[in-house]
Design a binder for this molecule. Structure first.
Ligand SMILES: Nc1ncnc2c1ncn2[C@@H]1O[C@H](COP(=O)(O)OP(=O)(O)OP(=O)(O)O)[C@@H](O)[C@H]1O
Ligand SMILES: [Mg+2]
Length: 428
């Protein structure tokens, strides 16, 4: 089998769809996305694996699809990637078990000022990680927000600065260890190695938000099938991470329950009558429109389109209120200067932007992907790949900065425990 060499594979196992993206760094140092594939997910609920066999099957399917796509490329331009075999992946972790918290640590360096080096910054980060570590949780990301040298705050990079005490404020994103283990197990079962894992919402933020937005204060709302990922950035740093276990699937389920129809039909109706092209809101001409629903093999009924829109609206309103409550509790709304960027499958629901603006009282815009090049224009516009592409950006970014520690691996706990001991011994 050909080795992947510089290619990085991002695998996003969502509640509704599983995607594989293939990328690398080009000669100019830009991130280049070569290919992306998608299949429908089976065996995942609210971001969490409920059937290992089903999910392993989906992974095999999507990987085969991605490889076939690459193999079909014609011409010498693609000779570098044509024969790519996917043997190992970077994968996303999702679900309500994801937690974000802000933490800090201070290291005494010396009695007299010493020059701060890479080892010191890493020790400071590791000791903060240690303070928030626990046996049942894996740290996925330990993101340094600022360093503090002898009381001076807002230092982005303390290396080369002289000081006696080094402090760090971090945003730590952790996940339930057993859920992470399930993801690794299912990928291994599909015959692949796991090079690293990352929180899905964080991956999406990398391909959808600009540095200016993150600096000014922006919320990313990723509304998928099973979960809403909420991320708040300010002063260039991630300051809040939250996951609410609601999504497009709840709306589908509500349609099925209220109309007494099966889930596939409810999903089809939802997509047909409430996507961005369905003229939602054009009440005069569409609200009286009849929709035929199939109750069983020989039993059909008709309902008013308005009736279905009411079911959707009610559920959507409930979800937006939950999001608002979460943002209020976290004290975020007043700190936002660049509004809300919304992505995930639910962002395609017609009327969602207006509804969100009204509920949250903030400017809302649709997420668009950026920060990479691709010879495929359909990739550039397909926001469904934003998580997989963000994952590649993260993986390549880590490789480039040679700071792989920040990219969590599946055996992160044993590494942390080893590091904890080191930090602990240095402390006492
Ligand atoms: N055009 C559309 N109009 C309305 N809803 C849509 C549209 N396209 C997709 N959706 C809904 O978006 C959801 C899928 O979103 P997405 O692909 O972001 O989920 P996921 O990443 O698989 O799940 P999660 O991240 O929550 O685990 C489904 O509930 C689907 O019905
Ligand atoms: Mg998703």
């Amino acid at each position: 089998m050909a080795k992947n060499e510089h290619k990085v594979i991002g695998l996003d196992i969502g509640s509704a769809k599983t995607t594989v993206c293939v990328g690398s760094t080009d000669a100019q140092g830009r991130i280049e996305i070569h290919s992306a594939s998608m299949v429908k997910t089976r065996g995942v609920e609210r971001g969490v694996i409920t059937d290992l066999g089903e999910v392993a099957g989906c992974i095999e399917e999507v990987v085969k699809k991605a490889e076939n796509k690459l193999h079909s490329f014609q011409g010498s331009k693609y000779s570098r990637i044509k024969n790519t075999r996917i043997n190992s992946v970077f994968a996303t972790i999702s679900g309500e078990h994801i937690l974000g918290n802000n933490t800090k640590a201070v290291l005494n360096l010396s009695n007299r000022p010493v020059e701060i080096g890479r080892k010191d910054t890493q020790r400071a980060i590791d000791s903060a990680k240690y303070l928030s570590a626990s046996v049942d949780r894996d740290v996925l990301h330990a993101l340094a927000q600022e360093f503090i040298v002898d009381g001076y705050k807002r230092i982005k990079n303390p290396m080369g600065i002289f000081g006696t005490r080094l402090g760090v404020n971090l945003h730590i994103i952790s996940a339930g260890a057993s859920y992470v283990k399930d993801v690794v197990t299912v990928i291994n079962r599909a015959g692949l190695d796991v090079e690293g894992v990352a929180y899905s919402g964080f991956a999406t933020s990398l391909s959808t938000l600009t540095e200016q937005e993150k600096q000014a204060g922006v919320i990313l709302l990723e509304m998928g099938a099973g979960c809403v990922n909420i991320l708040f950035f300010k002063e260039g740093n991630l300051q809040y991470t939250g996951v609410i276990p609601v999504g497009g699937y709840d709306i589908t389920r509500e349609i099925a329950r209220k109309l007494n129809i099966d889930l596939p039909q409810a999903e089809e109706l939802k997509l047909q009558y409430r996507n961005a092209f369905s003229n939602y809101g054009d009440n005069e001409s569409t609200s009286g429109e009849k929709i035929i629903i199939k109750k069983d093999a020989s039993n059909y009924e008709s309902i008013n389109r308005k009736q279905m829109e009411n079911i959707i609206d009610k559920k959507l309103d409930e979800q937006l209120l939950l999001i608002k409550k979460d943002l209020e509790l976290a004290g975020i709304i007043s700190r936002v200067k660049r509004g809300v960027v919304v992505c995930g499958g639910m962002s395609f629901m017609d009327g969602i932007i207006e509804k969100m603006e009204k509920t949250l009282g903030l400017k809302v815009s649709m997420g668009i992907m950026r920060g990479f090049v691709s010879s495929s224009s359909s990739l550039i516009s397909n926001i469904f790949y934003s998580t997989g592409i963000g994952l590649i950006m993260h993986a390549l970014g880590q490789k480039n900065t040679d700071n792989k520690k920040a990219f969590a691996t599946y055996d992160i706990r044993s590494k942390i425990i080893a590091k904890i001991r080191e930090v602990y011994e240095e402390y006492f």
